[in-house]
Write a protein that binds this ligand. Structure first.
Ligand code: ZN
Length: 243
């Protein structure tokens, strides 16, 4: 069997323990549902572990981060509790080739804003809007196995402008029944690594059980995984040719 991509699903795990509605939808936490979507991969491409903010070293000690090929990130109300020193360590791993998949309200996490270099804010509203996600780059690996469009019957609304740098690949765009649109599946190269942002996943909706959403999560893990390319050498170098 091909070597598995080592995925760590990190969740701040706050609403999941404090809000009865969220507990009912995600009894194993959001991280549990996200991990399950990855483990359900029919080719078994991913070896998945979960980590949460309340654990020692905020869930991501050096040795775990060092053996993580792709890190999934769900955060919302505890962004500021994440230590700058951990943000720096994640940033360095991305520069070194680790993939990072930032979900939903993670757009305002310290690590995503640091990697993007912009404000990363959008309009938002919680009004049970229907969300329709269109695949706009059907030939891209991020679109693998998806229909032309799919719908989520209820979600939190995010609307443009979403203050991100122009994505290197824009795979999905969302429309909401309230009239907004939002870039909802965006990929970037950062250093030797790749970053993917996926918009849906508000904690009070069963979004991470939707089969198309689960497919996007698997596509994101596969696309952001290290490519096995050459390790760049920087600094003063001898000539490659004898002149
Ligand atoms: Zn939300």
């Amino acid at each position: 069997m091909m070597e598995q991509v080592r995925v760590t699903v990190w969740n701040e795990n706050v609403h999941d323990r404090s809000d009865d509605k969220v507990k009912e939808i995600y009894p194993e936490g959001l991280h549990g549902a996200i991990a399950q979507a990855l483990r359900a991969d029919e080719k078994q491409r991913f070896a998945v572990v979960t980590a949460t903010l309340d654990q020692p070293e905020q869930g991501l000690p050096d040795d775990l981060l060092a053996r993580t090929d792709v890190l999934f990130w769900w955060g919302h109300c505890a962004h500021n509790q994440v230590e700058d020193q951990l943000v720096e360590r994640i940033y360095n791993r991305v520069m070194d080739g680790m993939g990072l998949v930032v979900l939903h309200s993670g757009h305002y996490s310290k690590i995503f804003r640091k990697l993007m270099g912009t404000g990363c804010r959008s309009r938002w509203r919680e009004s049970d809007d229907r969300e329709r996600l269109f695949v706009v780059e059907p030939g891209h690996p991020l679109a693998s196995g998806l229909p032309e469009y799919f719908e989520l019957p209820g979600e939190e609304t995010y609307g443009e402008r979403f203050n991100i740098p122009t994505p290197d690949v824009l795979a999905l765009i969302s429309w909401f029944s309230g009239g907004e649109v939002c870039r909802s599946g965006c990929g970037w190269h950062r250093g030797d690594g790749k970053v993917f942002y996926f918009r849906p996943g508000h904690e009070t909706y069963p979004t991470y059980y939707n089969p198309h959403v689960c497919q996007v999560l698997r596509n994101a893990a596969a696309w952001t995984a290290p490519s096995g390319g050459p390790k760049p050498v920087y600094g003063k170098s001898a000539a490659l040719e004898n002149r």
